[in-house]
Write a protein that binds this ligand. Structure first.
Ligand SMILES: [Cu+2]
Length: 391
């Protein structure tokens, strides 16, 4: 067993492997609630009751545009309703805080509400009809790839605060909050959706009942705000999904585009309470270039060089003690693994950078290239810059 490397080095390595985030906490009208900590709760036999929906996305991964018609897009992969609901008044606030977010995963941050017929804890997610009530997207495009709602979210300590529309009819609602990362969206099906859901109980005496859209009908992989090259200067950006519902209005427009220029740096980040400054414009076509073939190389490199590096065992979800399935493997959250040796779980080890294992216990350890693409997009950005300089 190699234990010669200092623990600090190993911890640093583990931190670099961690990629995307998930919602760790929610503040509803000033009261704090815990998020579904997928890296921990997924492996617990009795996870706590939450307002947050559970998911099986232990890799902190995403839903692909190729799966927009599948139920995973609704509240993330393998999602199931939370058992609890948080009370909130119309006009009240909801603050969603993420564990982290990669700086280069630029894109819109969008939130929806859908009314449950009865308790949201028992709802069939495929029947939920969502209306969009909060959307941030391109804030400024004065420098490629622009300043996005994700950049603002990072600046705000990985959080976004939204307002529940005033006048909304009382009842049980699912709030669907989502980041769409566009750093690879110049390729068809290259966008990445990271939906997260919670249950709310809206109080008050409002009467507004905005019409909604099934989760599986929100987007298409050819939508101008999904299939878009943010590494070009954008004259406009079209927020994906149905039109934004503004309190007191009825939603009829199917699509609206936002015009963002360097001179109007804040016009693009309207919320439900803001003025309407939407204008319909055409989109910039994603351009084909040499980027894709060069970038693919990165994902396939260095798959084994550090596969046997032992890691600190402070990671949540690490197994210890006896095991019955001799020789079997346990993949912890996609990023670490252990083996059942001589009737005991051995030390947890990190998978190599750029790779992931399939979570759970299995006879063989399935390692694949990770869909986390920080290095991927960094290279892409450099290539894009070089192309522009040459052009
Ligand atoms: Cu990524």
């Amino acid at each position: 067993m190699l234990l010669s490397k200092p623990a600090s080095f190993l911890l640093t390595s583990a931190a670099l492997v961690a990629g995307h985030g998930y919602v760790t906490s929610i503040e509803v009208d000033g009261k704090a609630y815990g998020g579904y900590l997928v890296d921990t709760y997924y492996y617990e036999s009795n996870p706590p009751d939450l307002i947050a929906w559970s998911t099986t996305a232990t890799d902190d991964g995403y839903v692909s545009p190729a799966d927009y018609a599948e139920s995973d897009i609704i509240c993330h992969r393998g999602s199931a309703p939370g058992a609890l609901s948080a009370p909130v008044a119309p006009g009240g606030s909801v603050k969603m805080t993420w564990s982290t977010w990669p700086e280069d995963h630029h894109g819109p941050v969008i939130s929806y509400l859908a009314k449950c017929d009865g308790d949201c804890a028992d709802v069939d997610k495929t029947t939920l009809e969502f209306f969009k009530f909060d959307a941030g997207s391109l804030i400024s495009d004065s420098s490629i790839p622009g300043t996005w709602a994700t950049d603002q979210l990072i600046k705000d300590s990985y959080s976004r605060t939204m307002t529940i529309p005033s006048g909304l009819e009382a009842g049980n609602y699912v709030l669907r909050h989502e980041i769409i990362a566009l750093h690879s969206a110049e390729n068809k099906d290259g966008a990445q959706n990271y939906p997260q859901c919670i249950n709310l109980k809206v109080t008050g005496s409002g009467t507004a009942r905005p019409s909604g859209t099934l989760g599986t009908a929100l987007y298409k992989d050819t939508d101008p705000g999904i299939y878009v090259n943010i590494w070009n200067t954008l004259s406009s950006y079209t927020i994906p999904g149905p039109a934004l519902y503004t309190a007191g209005s009825s939603v009829t427009a199917s699509e609206a585009a936002i015009t963002a220029t360097s001179a109007q740096s804040t016009a693009a980040d309207e919320t439900a309470s803001g003025p309407t400054t939407l204008a319909t414009t055409s989109r910039a076509e994603p351009s084909e270039s040499a980027q894709a073939s060069e970038a693919v190389v990165v994902v396939t490199t260095d798959a084994t060089s550090s596969a046997n590096t032992p890691t600190a065992t402070s990671t949540s979800g690490v197994l210890s003690g006896s095991c019955s399935q001799e020789g079997y493997w346990y993949c912890n959250g996609g990023t670490a693994f252990q083996r059942c040796v001589n009737g005991e779980w051995d030390a947890s080890q990190s998978v190599a950078a750029g790779t992931q294992c399939t979570a759970g216990v299995s006879e063989g350890l399935a390692i694949s290239a990770t869909k986390k693409c920080r290095e991927f997009s960094h290279l892409r950005r450099h290539v894009a810059r070089n192309n522009r300089v040459r052009a």
